[in-house]
Ligand binder design. Sequence first.
Ligand code: SAM
Length: 297
Amino acid sequence: MRTVLGPFAPFPIRQWGRQLFGLPTAEQDVAARAAIMQAAVPYAIQITHHYLTCWIPGAPASLRGIRILELGPGRDFTPALILAGYGADVTLADLYLERWDPHYHPAFYRAVRDEVRRSRPEWPLDALDEVIARGDHWAGPIRTLRRSLERLSGIPDDSFDLTISNAVFEHLYDVPQALRELYRVTRPGGIGIHQIDYRDHNNYSRPLEFLTLPRYKLGRDREATRRGNRFRHHEFADMFRSAGFEIAELHPDAEADPEYLADVLPRLAPPYSAMSLGQLKPLGCRFHLSGQRKSPV
Ligand SMILES: C[S@@+](CC[C@H](N)C(=O)[O-])C[C@H]1O[C@@H](n2cnc3c(N)ncnc32)[C@H](O)[C@@H]1O
């Protein structure tokens, strides 16, 4: 972020100006980026590894030529770039599609590249290399769309064999509408693999706290959905079925601990106060969906 002193003041005065305005100094900026990168590279490798080993059936052999829609990739397009390297035709859609940040992405993608070479030498790097060479990740080996799942306008029906996402559906502002769109763009027999995190994103150690609020406004803006849309596991399962999907597999991966549940249960607001313990406990799950029927119930 620039101060009003902008580029006209000599460097030490700019540093002093930044401190005066409560902004990080250039050194703090560099340190913060390095710290983000240190955490982001292993995370990128981990998510890609999950996609390739236990999420996408038959991967990597099954990837050649399949049409994939990844929703909400966030700041890092590494998983999509590796899938594209294996020959998949990948589209990314994100309501807040991340721009290429020249102070972050070149160094980040180069660090990912080094780590892949070191620890996953079998992963294809062609698409990642192309993005590094282009200095842009909005075009080239993958297609990118700045669009919400609720409004995938311009994408024809039955466009994808596979849809995939990690930690996105809890941020949707209109889940039934988004799932209708998901169903529309999935080809008959296509599949969806979506990991959902049901926790209150304000404080993961008190994961149901937002269910105690009597009023909770959801909106299309980033802040309104940042904390999570509060839908519980069984509600997502019902909404997937209502949109027309069959749930082929469920992989629950976290539950609220009994001590915290005892604390929060008496404080829950309606409709959560009427839900059963079994409905409230799940904190995360990966859904494997099938678009086999292709006719909404
Ligand atoms: C918590 S981040 C997850 C990022 C990434 N998938 C990961 O595993 O780290 C949620 C992502 O969903 C995107 N998102 C939020 N609401 C969305 C919507 N309605 N439609 C599409 N993407 C959305 C956000 O912009 C963000 O990139």
